[in-house]
Design a protein around this ligand. Structure first.
Ligand code: ADP
Length: 622
């Protein structure tokens, strides 16, 4: 089903009303108050001159005239005060409601199954939903205005229709017909805008990109060294002139339509006023009635035009609401509270992959092909292979971030799909290549706890094990040092290698029975890397570890090495077994070792450094 047609306007408005009733019921009350007030004001204004003229011409009673005028004007003043006051209340409350919807979007993004975050359709919906309730003029803030306007216009239209019925049905038809022509002309411009929106947002996106890059410190080095300024200027100029061209076309269309609409209004009002004058002169309506109808005719066409306009606005907002609701209702497959508990979070258990195949998209190719692997409790496994072989995907399957396309992942004999996913995640301490670190204190980053709940001894121990403790203690505020400098005046920035150590410390603090490390030493200097290897078995003792590495030298301390090629396990065994087999592992190892041997022969300084860190026969990276 087309997700943009998931719900109709009525269903979406009722969803919105229910949500408002739950979160900020007062907002609904304010909307209900302002609708009749919006309608009442023009009705009273239209009747006031008629009544006054009638009083003067027919009754000639001054005190009665004064009382009637006073009642009318006081009612007008009260209504317009109420309109302003309640309008302000709506203004503030609709932003609260906006924040309520925004919270729903954020919550969904933070808690959704990880695999959804890798789904392109989901990500698109996520972006659209975020922008539909982000900011003061978001779509969600507009829904309240559009709803109020729609019902006010409807009520006003019906009230004025009731007044005009007493005049002539032909005049009503004439006004409706001419107003609709104006409406459809305007609709043509709106259609052009929606058909050409992509062009406009393309220019805006590119301009926004250049603006954001200009103050991005990460891009600043490359921009200067590769002289990208000229290139960026060119992009900026090109897109700015594209955007201005777009607005020129839009203004020309708008001008044409406004002129035509103006002409139609002139003709409509000219003809109807002529008819009114004729009727007054012939005596079929009084002067007082002339004044009333004169006001009502202009108002009637405004009500109708706005009513049609609000229908277009609601149709547009409806698309946005459908995106939002499709996002919130995007299916979640993993079990949470209703899943089986994982009882023991201390002891590692066997993890098995049974005939596991995996592909990222339905029409894509299998990235992992029929993998069978059993990881025993406490085993230290290294996964090696060329780029794109499927190593990271394997790790994501193991820790339950995603699930096999076919086959099963079992933890302690139970299919992971049956487990409470949040419990399952707690079993893993992981370091991924694409990480996220919040701008908080070092001890908060390591412990993932807020102040007061942090076990400082454990933080110290983890930082020591990861080889970062001395560096952290060299900062003025030690464990309480804030990360990073772009956020905090006294904050610190860390190098790539230091960040890796910090991530390792975070994984170690968790004391989880399984540790997954995806290239945790890629950014470490050789001395730090060597230290980590030396302490690896001690630090990881009693835990199951899966360690992805490009550096074959690092695999020696693992009890089993798995070589993945093109999504399949092609060799498995200890370092010595695999070398003796003289297969692909042996070839990769020799390729690396050759580089080191040559490096040693030429006496290259860098390579000497490397040699300090690893066995002279062992290699760099594949
Ligand atoms: P490795 O860790 O061995 O370098 P990966 O497991 O990261 O390999 O990737 C295996 C294959 O899956 C690669 O061809 C990669 O392009 C593809 N891939 C990885 N992540 C995604 C993703 N989120 N969407 C689509 N394809 C992906």
């Amino acid at each position: 089903m087309d997700y943009l047609k998931k719900y109709n306007i009525r269903q979406n408005l009722s969803y919105c009303i229910k949500a408002t009733k739950k979160a900020y019921p007062k907002l609904l009350l304010f909307c209900l108050i302002i609708i009749p007030v919006n309608c009442l004001l023009p009705v009273i204004s239209a009747y006031l001159p008629k009544v006054v003229i009638e009083e003067i011409t027919e009754n000639n009673d001054l005190s009665r005239l004064l009382i009637i005028t006073a009642v009318f004007t006081v009612t007008l003043a009260v209504c317009s005060g109420l309109q302003k006051y309640v309008g302000q209340l709506i203004y503030w409350n609709k932003f609260k409601m906006n924040a309520f919807f925004l919270r729903m979007v954020v919550k969904k993004g933070l808690t959704t199954d990880y695999k959804n975050q890798e789904n392109e359709h989901f990500r698109k919906l996520q972006n659209e939903s975020f922008s539909s309730c982000n900011g003061n003029f978001s779509y969600y803030a507009q829904i309240y205005d559009a709803g109020v306007q729609f019902f006010s216009n409807l009520l006003g239209f019906l009230a004025f229709l009731g007044i005009l019925v007493t005049l002539s049905p032909w005049i009503i038809l004439f006004i409706i017909g001419t107003t609709l022509i104006g409406y459809f002309l305007n609709k043509k411009v709106n259609k052009w805008v929606s058909e050409n929106t992509n062009e406009k947002s393309g220019y805006e996106q590119n301009l926004q990109y250049v603006i954001s890059v200009s103050d991005d410190v990460r891009a600043a080095k490359d921009i200067r060294l590769y002289n990208m300024t000229i290139w960026f200027n060119h992009i900026y100029e090109k897109n700015l002139s594209g955007l201005l061209g777009w607005y020129r076309k839009y203004t020309a269309k708008l001008f044409g339509v406004s002129a035509a609409d103006g002409m139609i209004t002139l003709v409509r009002e000219g003809i109807t006023y002529l008819i009114l004058l004729k009727m007054t002169l012939s005596g079929s309506i009084s002067v007082a009635e002339f004044v009333l109808y004169f006001n009502v005719i202009a108002g009637f066409s405004t009500w109708l035009g706005s009513l049609m306009g609000q229908i277009s606005v609601l149709e547009r907002l409806n698309l946005s609401m459908n995106r939002f609701r499709s996002y919130l209702e995007f299916p979640e497959k993993y079990l949470r509270e209703d899943g089986k508990k994982v009882n023991n979070h201390k002891e590692p258990k066997r993890i098995e992959l049974k005939n596991v195949s995996f592909r990222y998209s339905e029409d894509g190719e299998d990235v992992l092909k029929n993998i069978n692997l059993s990881i025993e409790p406490g085993e230290h496994i290294a996964v090696v292979g060329l780029n794109g072989a499927g190593k990271t995907t394997l790790i994501k399957l193991l820790c339950g971030l995603t699930e096999p396309t076919s086959g099963k992942v079992l933890y302690d004999g139970t299919d992971v799909l049956e487990l409470n996913r949040d419990h399952y995640y707690k079993l893993f301490g992981a370091v991924f290549q694409d990480y996220s670190i919040l701008p908080v204190s070092i001890e908060e980053i390591v412990s993932e706890e807020t102040e007061g709940n942090i076990d400082t001894e454990k933080v110290t121990e983890s930082l020591k094990q990861a080889g970062l403790y001395d560096r952290v203690m060299s900062f003025k505020n030690g464990l309480k040092t804030m990360y990073d400098r772009s956020f905090w005046d006294e904050g610190v920035n860390l190098s790539g290698g230091e960040v890796q150590k910090l991530l390792l410390a975070r994984a170690l603090y968790r004391k989880s029975p399984v540790v997954l490390l995806d290239e945790p030493t890629a950014a470490l200097d050789p001395v730090s890397e060597n230290k980590l290897y030396e302490t690896y078995n001690e630090v990881m003792s009693g835990k199951t570890t899966v360690f992805i590495s490009h550096r074959l030298a690092s695999t020696r301390f693992c009890s089993r090495i798995i070589l993945i090629e093109d999504g399949k396990i092609i060799e498995e065994g200890t370092h010595e077994d695999l070398l003796a087999r003289k297969g692909s592992y042996y070839e990769l190892f020799e390729t690396q070792a050759k580089y080191y041997r040559e490096g040693k022969k030429t006496g290259d300084g860098d390579n000497e450094d490397q040699e300090a860190s690893s066995d002279e026969k062992e290699g760099g990276s594949i």
